[in-house]
Ligand binder design. Sequence first.
Ligand SMILES: [Zn+2]
Length: 241
Amino acid sequence: MPQKKFLPQILLALVLFGPLLSCQSLPKERHYTGVYHSVRPGQTLYRIAKTYDVSVVTLMRLNNISDASQIQVGRKIWIPGARTIRQVPATALKKETPAPKRFSRPVEEASLPPLKGYLIWPLKGTLTSTFGSRGNGHHDGIDIGAKRGASVVAAAEGRVVFSDWGPKGYGLMVIIKHPNHLTTVYAHNSKNWVKKNETVKQGQRIASVGTTGRSSGPHLHFEVRNHTHPKNPLKFLPARR
Ligand SMILES: [Zn+2]
């Protein structure tokens, strides 16, 4: 009987290709639990897969999708193993205009262009020393002379990340971190009025002028740093009248 000869081959073929064949046919036959997720505007296959914790490839295979970037709104995607339909976050729709860049949004790059007028002067006083090389070293900030006890204010809104005695000659100092990788430093204070982790508003008093640390008289040493790189504060401050 010739058929008998072929029977082992047919069985082998079924064992090998059976799972593949059933995958290509109706998915419900293989995955008893699952839901149909109806695609909403802005939802990508990637997001859907992530939300339901299945692979994109699985969804593509089970739903006969050849191009993952081309899934129509309203299409029902079979999600194997899911028991309930979940909320899938939508990505920004292409037709929407991109949100304008604002200072409150994080700036990714390390080199931040000077943002003239982003900061306000932290102290009313006399500019006694500018940013740049000074003697053999480098002056990482500017010095503003004023009477002892005069109010030092936050140059911009932010969070206090340091309020204590600073390193090498800074004396009593405050460091504020702003939302865009910018940090401002206020040194030689006679008193700090803010604590670490406190959020401060622009113009809020944070310290009183003093002469703590390596200082020859009451003044504020003010620094602007992008990440850790000192920048010329005058490029961020409004012009003085
Ligand atoms: Zn200084």
